[in-house]
Design a protein around this ligand. Sequence first.
Ligand SMILES: Cc1ncc(C[n+]2csc(CCOP(=O)(O)OP(=O)(O)O)c2C)c(N)n1
Ligand SMILES: [Mg+2]
Length: 542
Amino acid sequence: MQKVATAGQAIVECLIRNGVDKIFGIPGVHTYHLFDALYERRDEIAFIGTRHEQGAAYMAFGYAKSTGKIGVYTCVPGPGLLNTTAALCSAYSANAPVLCLTSEIPAAAIGRGYGILHELPDQLALLRGLTKWAERIDHPTAVPRVFATAMEQLKTGRVGPVALECPWDTLSLKALVDFEVTTRSAPQSPPDPAAVREAAQIIAGARRPIIILGAGALAAGAEILALARLIQAPVTSHRSGRGIVSEELPYGFGFAAAYKLWLKSDVVIAIGTRMELAYLRWRTFPPGIKIVRIDIDPREFARRAADVGIVADAKLGVRAILAALQTTNPQRVARETEFVNTKDESRREIEVVQPQLAYLDAIRAALQRDGFFVEEICQVGFTARFGFPVYEPRTYVTCGYQENLGFGFMTALGVKVANPDKVVISVTGDGGFMFGVQELATAVQNKINLITIVFNNRSFGNVLRDQQNSFGGRLIGEALTNPKFVELAESFGAVGYRADSPVELKLALERALTQNAPVLIEVPSEPGSEASPWPFIRPGGR
Ligand SMILES: Cc1ncc(C[n+]2csc(CCOP(=O)(O)OP(=O)(O)O)c2C)c(N)n1
Ligand SMILES: [Mg+2]
């Protein structure tokens, strides 16, 4: 199809052609022509305005992370863009397909240093440093081609965020645009048969194999479960890979439980993961353990060497291994009872992490198995990583290795927009929640009816504990004076409850689930009153 369009109209046309039906953001003079084009197509693509650009970017992140679909946000260049960078680097660290659409100063002024409204010295370089791929759109006719590459970057190989900037004046430039661009997506190369044979040989010889998953394995759940059954291996994950193999099954392990078997393992099969769990959290490798890795990103094998590295999509890689094992896998002793017992034992051990675990039990009981749980950098969030069982892929939403405080509530809003019929629960500390409190207005205005539980210990609790334990109680920067959260929620037009115990939280959640509005539940506690979850995240000390 050819038609006369501004660059703004061409961008919106390309968004729609690529199945995008939601866009988050804040308008400004540099993006008016993009917004006018969005107005024209408002029946096909819904715009959701936020109260700060970080909210828009986190919402796009939550949308993408919880679905695997492209999450799109738009912002003005310079400060608007800079406001989104923590979310953008989260999308990078959590392998989420987020598309950032921003503008630029007028094309002819770029790089000249006039000091034009929202000018940055080299915005494109900044974008390239924060994303998998970034490009400038120089002319309306270039939009379909640039977009095609952006989509390819978003959908193929290792997933990550992408950014496009289109200068202020270019957005309103009109031209005859041809939208029929053909992309030549490279076909997925099959895994190297020699590497597969070698991997299968190692796995066939393993007596106590273990499987560790990351975000790269999200689409390979059925194959991985088949492999786990065939070789009688426990399956675990640090964050993003949780729920790929349900923790309801004997094979699905939270990492605290998996650690108990890790130390006795002889082969690890790591699929679509950087292996942060083994290298940075557990840090102890069982002597002589063999490492087999499957990863679509060949650079991973340069970072962390493997005995056998298979460059492949997780599904194709595991399928190939399964096929190779058909003839070589030995008769194996069933380990299901051992697995169930190990998990029971681990559950008894983690019971000490109170009151967080009791609150998480109340949440798990209230949340349907396919409901979404969005973690945070807080005491309950840290505990959830090993103490909140996950049953479905993508339902445990994390920010990956950035661990940026405050991501949770805003990300959860995007999760709810993408999954309006599912229950979405955001857990957050008082500190983290206040990073995005203004987006309560966005939730109310757009009827984004999520449930947010604010654990209010009137402090940056993790900092408080660290300063107490490692700095002799020289407390600085940890104490927080907070608003009255229930009244705060109500003043925004949301529903506010308070729960003083796990039993009360359970009741509050039951009420929350019947509300047709965003709900905030405040759970107050004394500063420093939570047991440390860290011994189970990083065994042997921080
Ligand atoms: C963007 C960012 N800033 C600062 C930190 C450092 N940090 C980690 S945990 C934490 C305290 C969190 O406090 P709160 O949200 O109240 O949770 P709590 O630990 O009290 O449960 C801080 C400041 C961080 N991880 N990310
Ligand atoms: Mg706190």
